[in-house]
Design a protein around this ligand. Structure first.
Ligand SMILES: NC(=O)c1ccc[n+]([C@@H]2O[C@H](COP(=O)([O-])OP(=O)(O)OC[C@H]3O[C@@H](n4cnc5c(N)ncnc54)[C@H](OP(=O)(O)O)[C@@H]3O)[C@@H](O)[C@H]2O)c1
Length: 211
């Protein structure tokens, strides 16, 4: 699949690009600087990932809105109010992904990857573990994104409608706090109670039911 990354020159975009390229996807790196990449060319891909800081989120999407019409747009942007990056900041529009959908009414916006730290992402020898919660209002687009998460070597889980992006985005400053509190880097999320592997797998019947 052809995947474009807006702001793909940054920490998160570079890591995602390296992992998806190694899984066989065609990557288009976007940048405001023509020497490093091209956001307009990235916006022409089949799936477009928004990898810019929240401060540049609305302006970037407004500028590229015509190219993004009809596209699957993965929004992983976490609204933060630096320097307080370990404190939840809820933007006026409720969530960056909801703001994106309002700015891009013709696009299929999916919120995902908020809890995938860039720390080990570009190191392909490092196995990234954890679950990726994926939310969106278009089931087909959400299914494609869950597949792309699998290509990163992680498990994507359907986390409901795009409105749930509020909770997903707000969890990242909590993870940043946990990194600091427990002196770790790049902590992620894992949902307890699901079997390993495919979450759609029908569980083994309990012995009581078999009897
Ligand atoms: N880093 C992580 O671990 C992580 C994890 C989950 C989610 N995220 C989210 O991913 C996004 C990118 O994070 P990052 O750490 O990769 O950020 P970053 O390295 O600071 O920036 C990413 C790229 O965005 C472009 N950019 C910077 N300011 C911009 C502006 N005002 N308008 C448009 N483009 C701008 C730059 O590319 P050009 O100069 O080439 O245009 C930059 O290389 C953020 O929204 C963050 O919340 C990050």
């Amino acid at each position: 699949m052809k995947i474009g990354l807006l702001g793909g020159t940054g920490k998160e975009g570079r890591g995602l690009a390296a992992r998806w390229a190694s899984a066989g996807h065609q990557i288009v790196i976007g940048s405001r600087d023509p020497a490093k990449g091209d956001n307009a060319a990235a916006a022409a891909a089949e799936v477009v990932v928004v990898c810019v800081p929240y401060s540049g989120h609305a302006a970037t999407l407004r500028e590229l809105a015509p190219q993004l019409d009809g596209k699957i747009v993965i929004d992983l942007v976490v609204p933060l109010a630096p320097p307080q990056i370990t404190r939840v900041f809820v933007p006026d529009g409720g969530a960056a992904a909801l703001e994106a959908q309002r700015l891009l009414p013709g696009a299929r916006v999916v919120g995902a990857l908020h809890h995938v730290s860039s720390v080990h992402l570009a190191d392909l020898a490092y196995p990234i573990t954890g679950d990726v919660l994926v939310c969106g209002d278009d089931p087909a687009a959400k299914g494609i994104v869950i597949g792309l998460v699998g290509d990163l070597g992680m498990r994507g889980l359907d986390a409901g409608p795009l409105a749930n992006a509020v909770a997903l985005e707000a969890m990242t400053p909590v993870l940043l706090y946990l990194n600091k509190r427990y002196k770790r880097a790049g902590l992620g999320l894992r949902i307890a109670g699901l079997p390993d592997g495919d979450p759609e797998r029908v569980p083994e019947p309990s012995p009581e039911l078999v009897r």
